[in-house]
Design a protein around this ligand. Structure first.
Ligand SMILES: N[C@@H](CCC(=O)N[C@@H](CS)C(=O)NCC(=O)O)C(=O)O
Length: 205
């Protein structure tokens, strides 16, 4: 298979990048610098009209959305054991990833880029505070999901690589997350994995 992941260092494409490494996949990484707005270039927009990373191209076919890519990776590299085995637990894994992508990620974006949501400059401080508060509310729920558990399931899955980014990005944003003991332990544990270290070390092309 010919696989290319379009990735920007620090962005949510980190989740899929970690999973591809965990899967033992042979793949190329093409860096799209969000800082330089490369996601909006005509070349990239022709490939992915959503103008976002990650984007995965497999044998010439493109796939967007972390949740879809993560599921594809888990299904196509079964020996890496990146999904729960049980059918119901697989749906719970999709539920976690849907939540991370649509129920938590947007709150980080509100804090990081309030100008995307309002052109009223005076509203930015309030929007950032609301984004942070809503993020914290959701992380408190994740904290209870991880109670007495090392991973989201009984072993490492794509949910763990996805949540790593969800938490890591907020740490980079300066959120004080020290009160979330379970999530912090999860983050520290993930940092010991070579896949995570490799992706964190890749800060440019
Ligand atoms: N739901 C999408 C979210 C993708 C997304 O928002 N990516 C951000 C980086 S974390 C991006 O490319 N932003 C560029 C922009 O909005 O211009 C997914 O999970 O793949």
């Amino acid at each position: 298979m010919d696989i290319t992941l379009y990735h920007s260092p620090g962005a949510c494409s980190m989740a899929t990048y970690i999973s591809l490494i965990e899967a033992g996949a042979d793949f190329n990484v093409s860096i799209i610098s969000l800082k330089n707005n490369e996601q909006s270039s005509p070349e990239y927009a022709a490939l992915n009209p959503k103008k976002k990373v990650p984007f995965l191209v497999v044998d010439g076919k493109g796939l967007s959305e972390n949740v879809a890519m993560q599921t594809w990776i888990a299904e196509n590299y079964p020996s890496a054991n990146l999904f729960p085995a049980d059918s119901w637990d697989q749906k719970r894994a999709l539920s976690y990833m849907g939540w991370f992508g649509s129920g938590i990620h947007p709150h980080i974006t509100r804090h990081f880029k309030p100008a995307k949501f309002t052109s009223v400059t005076e509203a930015h401080t309030d929007l950032k505070a609301k984004g942070k508060a809503m993020y914290m509310e959701q992380i408190a729920l994740v904290e209870s999901e991880l109670a007495d558990r090392t991973f989201f399931f009984d072993h490492f899955t794509v949910c763990d690589s996805y949540f790593f980014w969800i938490y890591e990005r907020a740490l980079q944003e300066g959120f004080d997350l020290s009160g979330f003991k379970q999530c912090t332990a999860h983050n520290n544990l993930l940092r010991t994995r070579p896949s995570v270290q490799q992706v964190l070390a890749r800060t440019s092309s």
